[in-house]
Design a protein around this ligand. Structure first.
Ligand code: MLT
Length: 264
């Protein structure tokens, strides 16, 4: 589906028969198709809203630089357009950074949080430099070059060795993203604020999920969030690296399903 929101065309899925609205925010540099196994596997448990974030997939970038608050504002406009006052907001990695931004701006619209393979800390000086290097890389050699660079960290070595179709699909999903959207997101992530102070302010039920072999946002980051967010639960997913929802969809969906079923 597509809607004009905040002056841009936004592509999204709004599916599922379960009553509770569940927003799925994808990581970088992907689009909403990364949630295909959640859209099908959780359709009976939730009404699933999965947007392509600004500049990714079939959603336009619009004009000018953006921040994570821009993505959060787009999500608020999407929920308005779909008549949804409150939702469970799930974000993986950059989707998690966006979930923090959304929680800060619209806490009353968040029924619960699912923070997957993400972190609250801002970029270190080295990480900021890495963003600038990646901006230069995609400018000169395109999204495929960034996909090749990032692929080994997205999945476990076991999956890369044994599950060629999953590995290839991961690379293709990254390589097809628009260069303009990738650059805008790299700048937004580079300049994102520290979400660590947000953790103690979170007062909704929170599930933290982490691939046990994630090296991009390691398990220590998940443990930090579990420790700082009141009442949060942590599920570590065996056999998964950064894209835990994509690499081990059954385990990921089980964790989400149990969490949704336990919400007050
Ligand atoms: C992501 O998966 O969204 C990104 O790798 C996160 C990041 O680069 O900080």
């Amino acid at each position: 589906m597509k809607a004009i929101l905040n002056g841009i065309g936004v592509a999204f899925d709004d599916t599922g028969s379960g009553g509770i609205p569940l927003v799925l925010l994808h990581p970088f540099p992907f689009d909403r198709t990364l949630w295909a196994a959640q859209v099908s596997g959780l359709a009976d448990a939730a009404r699933i809203i999965a947007p392509d974030l600004r500049g990714f997939g079939d959603t336009e970038l619009g004009a000018g630089p953006i921040t994570l608050d821009t993505y959060a504002g787009d999500l608020a406009a999407l929920l308005d357009a779909r008549g949804i006052a409150r939702a469970v907001v799930a974000g993986l990695s950059m989707g998690g950074y966006t979930a923090f931004a959304f929680y800060r701006k619209y806490p009353e619209r968040v029924r619960a949080l699912i923070l997957a393979d993400t972190r609250p800390q801002p970029d270190s000086p080295e990480a900021k430099q890495g963003r600038d290097e990646n901006i230069a890389l995609v400018r000169s050699r395109g999204a495929g070059a960034l996909a090749d660079k990032m692929l080994p960290k997205m999945l476990t070595a076991g999956t890369v060795a044994a599950r060629g179709a999953v590995t290839q699909a991961t690379r293709v999903a990254m390589a097809r993203q628009p260069v303009t959207g990738i650059i805008a997101a790299l700048e937004a992530m580079r300049d994102r604020p520290d979400s660590t102070p947000t953790l103690a302010q979170i007062s909704v039920p929170t599930l933290v999920i982490a691939g046990a072999e994630d090296t991009v946002t390691p398990l220590q980051d998940a443990e930090l969030m579990r420790g700082e967010i009141r009442g949060a639960r942590l599920v570590a997913i065996a056999g998964a690296a950064h894209l835990s929802n994509f690499e081990q969809p059954d385990a990921f969906n089980r964790a989400v399903r149990e969490f949704l079923a336990g919400l007050p």
